[in-house]
Design a protein around this ligand. Structure first.
Ligand SMILES: [Zn+2]
Length: 133
């Protein structure tokens, strides 16, 4: 007997964290000096949508694999300036870039239906982050 998980009519939010290490060189910054330096970034991605007939929002293994393959693998141990130029590779710009990249992944991912990004937060340090909702 199939269950109807849509009976409450509420979207479900799920969050996955990713991490990668990368360097950047900022211009016009009062935040850092202008030397090339690195960070261990943590990215928290929250997606939202309605559950499928099996009670899942998303196939998390496929979702994780897709994002690692198409987004985070190329950023890990790279220089962010190479990916974001001519933009200044601030954590704010990186967050915008990741939003667009992850949104593209969600459109091509066979593991999702009508899934949307609810929020992305990129932590440049433990106490400093940028968020897009
Ligand atoms: Zn920095």
């Amino acid at each position: 007997m199939k269950q109807d998980y849509d009976f409450i009519g509420k979207e479900v939010y799920m969050t996955k964290r990713f991490s990668f290490s990368a360097a950047h060189q900022l211009s016009g910054s009062t935040r850092h000096n202008d030397q090339l330096h690195g960070h261990n970034y943590t990215v928290s991605v929250t997606v939202k949508g309605f559950l499928n007939k099996d009670g899942f929002l998303i196939d998390f293994d496929k979702f994780e694999s897709l994002l690692y393959t198409h987004v985070f693998f190329k950023l890990d141990h790279s220089v962010l300036n190479d990916h974001l130029e001519p933009l200044n590779p601030t954590v704010e710009v990186l967050t915008l870039y990741l939003y667009n990249e992850i949104e593209t992944c969600l459109r091509i991912c066979e593991c999702t239906e009508n899934l949307k990004i609810a929020e992305i937060t990129v932590y440049e340090t433990d106490s400093f982050s940028a968020t897009i909702k």
